[in-house]
Design a protein around this ligand. Structure first.
Ligand SMILES: Cc1cc2nc3c(=O)[nH]c(=O)nc-3n(C[C@H](O)[C@H](O)[C@H](O)COP(=O)(O)OP(=O)(O)OC[C@H]3O[C@@H](n4cnc5c(N)ncnc54)[C@H](O)[C@@H]3O)c2cc1C
Length: 528
């Protein structure tokens, strides 16, 4: 008899084969994550009647806001408690005068006050298959525009290759493909390689290689317009750039991950961003909420009661108490054990068990959009230096000024090192390293801001980094409510680090609450 696999085993198996994205898509397919809206409509106000429930939402992250929005529409009484001075959690866009509440390095953003001079310090890109997020953008009237994630005109830089000179991405990719396919074209003429093919197969494969690598009719790579012209092309014939030496291409680290980055499911074109800054998604929720969102109100205590949850938060120096039927909580889970509580030990152990990543972004206001003179409109340049990436804004094309991303640091060690630097020192190193790609670009920098997410107050860590072992041991435990308390956010999803993960988790929690309330309604009707 073939063995029956549980849905969890099946998803783990897919995860091993295809990564978190495959699991996410499969989960939608299995109905474990609703594709767009809630799995079942929530009980309406009239149905709720005397069972009209109260909910306290902890944390005004995207998942918290989405829950408040849906619950309010369904007739629940809802209050959102947020520790920070601002709403949105990791969804943060910086503009003139905004505060960066980093522990030890509080900064005020000094960009000019102009609608295009903003910096998405948190989410920047929205993939086309993040359906729940796109659903809310549409419903909440948040206009979107295309975000350029990959730009073949941008630069790739490796200090140890090509004498440290940056190369155009298009040139690198076209030449790498050309040499690779030329080698394969030669190889298919050899008898050994020919063996599994018919003559017709071999001919078709040869033509495939020619098309893929832009080889000549003999299967030789002579350079390609895909790599860019060296000169001409308008009024005089184009001259192809001379191909790079293939050994040098191999010595350049671009091929390892960066060359394929924009092919990943979550990174593939076209991507989107909210017009005017991605925090307009947060604004979309708050504009449509009547329920109070109390900021500057750190939660002090969460106590589970028989059929309720007691929460104490501090607001303007005074401790205030809320007693609600349900508590939905997106506070970063590694911080929750530090809040007074009566959770069971295994729940707390699970919360503390998952490592949080570090992440830093640096935004630079430039006096001139010099990159546009180099034919660069949006996209990313890559380097092996500590700043890792430089991004060019997609919006505000041909404006006088622009805010570009001067560093996006994923490496934990570099993040720890940069967190120790003052904001001024961080900018200085970002400028020094950026100058290896854009010579002398420091002269355009007017002001800058750095956001070390693992040092931000009330965050103190970035994306939840689930090991396979922790996933097996703790994921279900944390997803399962404890009494009437639910943990949520991207931290309780297979898509940590993505708003879609946060919203999927919010919908999961809403569906569960809804089922419990519906069951109570049925029970009441039966007893009546
Ligand atoms: C640098 C960076 C880049 C990213 N890029 C993308 C991207 O391109 N696309 C994308 O879709 N996603 C991206 N993300 C991920 C996205 O931002 C998150 O997945 C999403 O915003 C998480 O929402 P959440 O609901 O889980 O809550 P969070 O945003 O984690 O919010 C938690 C909230 O709890 C609050 N809190 C903490 N302690 C307390 C307390 N004691 N009392 C009350 N409140 C408390 C916090 O202040 C915060 O507001 C990025 C994130 C970062 C940091």
């Amino acid at each position: 008899m073939p063995r029956a696999y549980s849905r969890r085993e099946f998803l783990n198996w897919i995860g091993a084969a295809g990564g978190s994205s495959a699991v996410y898509q499969a989960s939608i397919g299995l109905g474990l994550i609703p594709a767009v809206t809630l799995a079942a409509p929530m009980a309406s106000v009239t149905e709720l009647g005397s069972l009209r429930r109260s909910v306290v939402v902890l944390g005004a992250g995207l998942s918290g806001l989405a829950c408040a929005y849906e619950l309010e529409r369904a007739g629940y009484t809802c209050t959102v408690i947020e520790a920070s001075h601002r709403i949105g959690g990791r969804n943060m866009t910086l503009r003139s005068g905004d505060i960066v509440d980093e522990m030890g390095h509080r900064q005020v953003c000094e960009f000019d006050d102009h609608p295009n001079l903003y910096f998405n310090a948190g989410p920047a890109r929205i993939p086309a298959h993040h359906k729940i997020l796109l659903h809310y953008c549409k419903t909440l009237d948040v206009p979107l525009e295309v975000f350029v994630n990959e730009n073949r005109h941008a630069w790739v830089h490796d200090s140890n290759a090509f004498d440290g000179q940056p190369l155009r991405m298009r040139a690198y990719i076209a030449d790498a493909r050309g040499f690779m396919t030329e080698l394969m074209a030669k190889a298919i003429n050899q008898r050994d390689f020919d063996a599994p093919f018919t003559d017709q197969d071999a001919e078709r494969f040869f033509q495939f290689l020619r098309a893929y690598g832009d080889l000549d009719e003999k299967g030789i790579y002579q350079g390609s317009s895909r790599a860019g012209y060296q000169s001409g092309g308008m009024l005089v014939p184009a001259v192809h750039k001379t191909p790079f030496d293939f050994r040098k291409i191999l010595n350049h680290d671009f091929w390892r991950i960066k060359m394929h980055w924009a092919e990943g499911e979550d990174q593939a074109s076209p991507m989107m961003q909210a017009v005017g800054g991605n925090d307009n998604i947060v604004r979309g929720f708050t504009k449509n909420l009547k329920s109070p969102v109390i900021t500057n109100a750190p939660v002090q205590s969460i106590m589970l009661r028989d059929k309720a949850v007691d929460v104490i938060y501090n607001h303007q120096g005074i401790n205030k108490r809320i007693n609600a039927d349900y508590c939905l909580n997106c506070i970063p889970k590694h911080l929750i054990p530090g809040i007074h509580n009566n959770f069971p030990a295994d729940y707390l152990e699970a919360m503390a068990s998952v490592k949080r990543g570090k992440l830093m972004k640096i935004g630079l206001q430039m006096s001139e959009r010099f990159w546009e003179k180099q034919n660069i409109y949006g996209g990313i340049s890559w380097t092996d230096q500590k700043i890792e990436q430089i991004w060019y804004p997609t919006h505000g094309i041909h404006d006088a000024k622009g805010v570009m991303l001067g560093a996006y640091i994923f490496n934990d060690g570099t993040n720890a090192e940069y967190a120790r630097l003052t904001p001024v020192e961080r900018l200085a190193t970002a400028i020094e390293q950026g100058s290896k790609i854009h010579a002398g670009y420091g002269k355009y920098v007017e002001t800058g801001v750095s956001v070390a997410w693992h040092r931000m107050n009330y965050m103190m860590g970035c994306t939840a980094q689930w090991s396979e072992e922790a996933r097996q041991r703790w994921f279900e435990r944390l997803q399962r409510p404890e009494g009437r308390h639910y943990l949520m956010g991207d931290q309780i999803s297979f898509h940590a680090g993505w708003q879609e993960g946060a919203l999927s988790s919010a919908h999961y929690v809403l569906d569960d609450v809804n089922q419990r309330v519906q069951a109570e309604l049925k029970g009441n009707a039966t007893n009546a």
